[in-house]
Ligand binder design. Structure first.
Ligand code: 1SD
Ligand code: ZN
Length: 261
């Protein structure tokens, strides 16, 4: 399969482009990716994020003991479509991975750059009844990943979210977040930003190969103090969660990662 040629083939429908991706071989996640070695796909429809910014109500932020886990309280959840996914995927939850330092907290590694944290927006395919049903299928989930880069100055668009983190230090505690708590997800950046995409797995047990991964190339900046609040979260035994990152996995033979510009 010569993916490099796909960018120059006559224009196909977006669905058939996405179908090509759905046939790609899955792998375990996360992986390290050399972005400039990925074939570039220019003919894909843009990714569409629906309901992320308009009318999204409040949410709940929970310390699960493994991560900070956010869900919307609204009945109608945000949706993801376009790009490499076929049909519509429904937002289920958002969570974070981090570490004690600013360079080993991300799961995916692009061009050898490590970052302080990685955020995952987990969506399940609307053709399945629930998240639980979806994970049993190779096209079950679409997870959007953002790499978080530590910088000195706080990023004000994280403020509401970070205030919430301060209140869930103990395991199994939760706090209600006001609407617009996800203001740090920039509409322009996600609609027109470049990303890499591949078929992979959950990064936590049971590591099921059910995920279309979409990892944005441009990291989101977060202040060191703001990161500190993530690192303060406690797991079992009131011990801070030091590291909740799976190491990068080997690419199986014939595995493909595609760059979408
Ligand atoms: O780590 C999460 C895990 O908490 C759970 O959300 C799972 C989805 O069922 O996804 C993994 S991950 O692959 O998004 N890291
Ligand atoms: Zn994750």
């Amino acid at each position: 399969l010569n993916l490099g040629s796909m960018a120059v083939k006559p224009k196909k429908t977006a669905a058939s482009d996405a179908e090509q991706i759905s046939k790609l071989r899955a792998s375990q996640s996360p992986i390290a990716i050399s972005v400039n070695r990925c074939p570039t796909w220019t003919s894909l429809d843009p990714l569409k994020f629906k309901g992320y910014w308009d009318n999204v109500g409040s949410g709940i932020l929970l310390n699960t003991g493994q991560t900070a886990y956010f869900t919307f309280e609204t009945k109608s959840q945000p949706r993801l479509s376009g790009g490499p996914v076929i049909g519509e995927y429904i937002f289920e939850q958002m969570h974070f991975h981090w570490s004690v330092d600013d360079f080993t907290g991300c799961e995916h590694v692009l061009d050898g750059h490590g970052y302080a944290a990685e955020c995952h927006l987990v969506h399940y395919n609307s053709k399945y009844e629930s998240m639980e049903a979806a994970v049993a299928h190779p096209d079950g989930l679409a997870v959007v990943g953002f790499l978080l880069e530590a910088v000195d100055a706080p990023n004000p668009s994280f403020d509401k979210f970070v205030e919430g983190l301060d209140q869930i230090r103990k395991q199994d505690t939760a706090v209600q977040l006001p609407s617009q708590s996800l203001a740090w997800i920039d509409r322009e950046d996600v609609t027109s930003g470049s990303y890499v995409t591949y078929k992979g797995s959950l990064t936590t047990p049971p590591y099921t190969e059910c995920v279309t991964w979409i990892i944005y190339e441009k990291p989101v900046q977060i202040g060191t103090e703001q990161l500190g609040l993530l690192r303060q979260l406690e797991g079992a035994g009131s011990i801070p969660i030091e590291r909740n990152v799976r190491p990068t996995q080997r690419h199986p033979p014939g595995h493909s990662v595609i760059y979408v510009d």
